[in-house]
Design a protein around this ligand. Sequence first.
Ligand SMILES: *Cc1c(COP(=O)(O)O)cnc(C)c1O
Length: 398
Amino acid sequence: MIDLSEFKRDTLALHAGRDPDGNHGVVNPPVYHCSTVIFPTVEILLETRRDRASGAYVGFTYGREGTPTTRAFEDAITALEGGYRAVVTSCGLGAIAASLTAFLSAGDHLLIVDSLYGPARAFCEDFLKKFGVEVTYYPPSIGAGIEALFQPNTRVVYIESPGSLTFEMTDVPAITKLCRQRGVTTIMDNTWASPICFQPLKHGVDVSINAATKYISGHSDLMLGIAVCTEAAFIPVKKTASGSGYCGGPDDIYMALRGLRTLPLRMKRHQETATRIALWLQGRPEVARVLYPALPDDPGHAIWKRDYDGASGLFGVVLNACTETQFAAMLDHMSLFRLGYSWGGYESLVVPTYPSDLRSAEKWVAPGPSLRFHAGLEDPDDLILDLERGFARLAQAA
Ligand SMILES: *Cc1c(COP(=O)(O)O)cnc(C)c1O
């Protein structure tokens, strides 16, 4: 295998996680469909038992614990984000659940950002609290002020930046510095940026989560999660993921690895198109605010510029007050910005959002309805035309 350590990120995205010379010259790694792994002797079987018990997880023992296909994808994302090893899960939420439960026990305290992904908030409310974990939500802008919220039993700080729906930036290095001093584990959801635009472990985070469902796979056709870990964090996360049954399917992992090869190119185009549309939206009378840290007047822009290498195609918009009929007239008839959850695929999407329902540390106030747009890879002129026609329908419905 070639030594990848000297190469830049765009090259790594193409060459990490495959070994043609060890695979009959075939460019892509094979797909292992596997439950059973055969051991030639009792001695070798016992070796894999010791490997598993020690938490090393070097060998392959059973499909649930991963195959060479799983390992290829884990190695590729680890090479891109920097880290020791990664753990693949059945979806992004699985990676979040496995990472949180790896480090939290009854009686522990979790500090978690108020602007986090809704289903992750629901996991804290519906499951972690039930199992005796204390949960405190912190405002995304808190930075080093998080120190005031630490308790003697604080074990984990969870970050998502920019946050889901409202896209507020968090000062990651300011938080991880304090956590390192106290031995508190930090977990970050990096799905918005993808490994191309931000590397959490290089900013002091212990576990970086990507919903590979989104940009990494990039084609809106699979569910997968991955958690990249420091050496100290790897064994707890791997044990918890395997022990809870969070494993990925071989064909989905193969397709995610295939998507990864074009991720650097796709991210550039998503950012270009999103920036153009966001600037256009800022000039529209129907728009109160655009929420996108790549815009120079966004409150999170300074942090984004300091720490990030790029932006994705996902951003928020707050409209001025309008009626529900007007809002529906706009969204019901879009040609390209179709109405649907998820994002990160090649196509554009829009969805109404209700951020104030998901806040407890800080109130979220907006003059009108909120939307989340995903700028896909279509021609940006066509996307703007679609929006222009949407605003015309909104005006007509008044
Ligand atoms: C979609 C998403 C997830 C969850 O990923 P799934 O694969 O859908 O479970 C986690 N975090 C963020 C920010 C997301 O947008």
